[in-house]
Design a protein around this ligand. Structure first.
Ligand code: AVJ
Length: 324
């Protein structure tokens, strides 16, 4: 019988439960309570986010997917042969498939904080691309400065794919630092493909984060359910509601969880008081015009070398190359 060898390597660099607790305690201790959106993605959170991506109101996923189907050949041509494709926040790797088919990278390195989904997606990808070498890394990419096995793949060029406008989770200074780190990791010949949601009519933005079915609300509230499950907190989910709005001055959607009454929550031997109407800030989703994002990229040591947008000007994909 023919021997089958898996071409998937899996590295677990995931932050431990202790750092989750510490971050949650610190986040609930400030004047404006806040939690990091990276903690949305437990198994239920991944499921809910996938459902969001299919919502009629949530235009980014299908818009960027259509752009990839149309523009991936040109992207691949510009990037050239013998690339290693690194993806931050790979999720289901659905958009990446289009790019992989055109680019034919010598290896694909998906990086995601959600280990379960990462494993499943890597196996599905292996079935779809039998010759592709896959090195999956479970990690918080916002803190990643090196990648395991990267020197063994023999690539001419490192390409970091960061679709979905996930970069919008960072404030401008955080995004600059993140891009600088990505620039350092990608090296001299490095390139980056970044999907960025464009500024647009605020009613459209509002609808995308306040869907009629309430899936986004469930996604937001699942963060409290996760903290109850994993950290033994006692959040009463019926006493919080989802709030999302466009903050035009800051150029971002903000998601919050609003306390519907005065209440006290206990967690890790500490207690946290909420006033009625007080919120926990759970996510920023910054929107950038093409020139705003290009300026940010330049400030981080990248040269904007191409940019694609959809016909409605809702979404942009930027190709950045390392400037010397
Ligand atoms: C995955 C961060 C790009 O900000 O649009 C979707 C997450 N939050 N609906 C976004 C999200 C609420 C999404 N990103």
């Amino acid at each position: 019988m023919a021997q089958t060898r898996s071409r998937i390597a899996f590295h677990d660099l995931q932050p431990d439960a202790g750092s989750f607790l510490e971050e949650v305690l610190a986040g609930l201790s400030g004047a404006q309570k806040a939690l990091s959106p990276k903690y949305f993605y437990d198994a239920r959170g991944c499921e809910l986010f996938d459902a969001i991506c299919g919502l009629a109101e949530y235009y980014p996923t299908r818009t960027e997917m259509a752009m990839m189907q149309e523009c991936a050949p040109e992207m691949a041509m510009r990037l050239g042969p013998d690339c290693v494709l690194i993806e931050y926040g790979s999720g289901t790797s659905r958009k990446t498939r289009v790019l992989i088919a055109e680019l034919e990278p010598c290896a694909y390195m998906p990086v995601d904080i959600a280990g379960g989904q990462l494993k499943v997606s890597a196996m599905e990808l292996e079935a779809a691309f039998p010759r592709l070498k896959i090195i999956a890394v479970c990690a918080d990419y916002s803190r990643l400065l090196t990648l395991p096995e990267i020197d063994t793949v023999g690539a001419r060029r490192r390409v970091i794919y960061f679709p979905g406008s996930t970069i919008g989770n960072f404030t401008a200074p955080e995004a600059r630092l993140f891009l600088q780190n990505a620039r350092a990791l990608a090296g001299a010949e490095g390139a980056m493909l970044v999907g960025v949601d464009l500024k647009k009519d605020s009613a459209l933005l509002h609808a995308a984060y306040n869907d009629a079915q309430g899936i986004t609300a469930e996604f937001n509230l699942n963060l409290l359910a996760r903290i109850n499950r994993e950290l033994g907190a006692n959040f009463d989910l019926s006493a919080f509601r989802h709030r999302a709005f466009y903050n035009a001055g800051a150029g971002r959607i903000e998601m919050h969880l609003e306390s519907l009454r005065t209440q006290r929550v206990t967690l890790g031997g500490r207690s946290f008081d909420f006033r009625s109407g007080e919120t926990i800030h759970t996510e920023n989703s910054y929107k950038y015009s093409v020139s705003e994002f290009q300026q940010l990229a330049r400030s981080a040591g990248f040269e904007p070398s191409a940019c694609w947008t959809d016909p409605q000007q809702w979404f942009a994909v930027h190709l950045l190359t390392a400037s010397r």
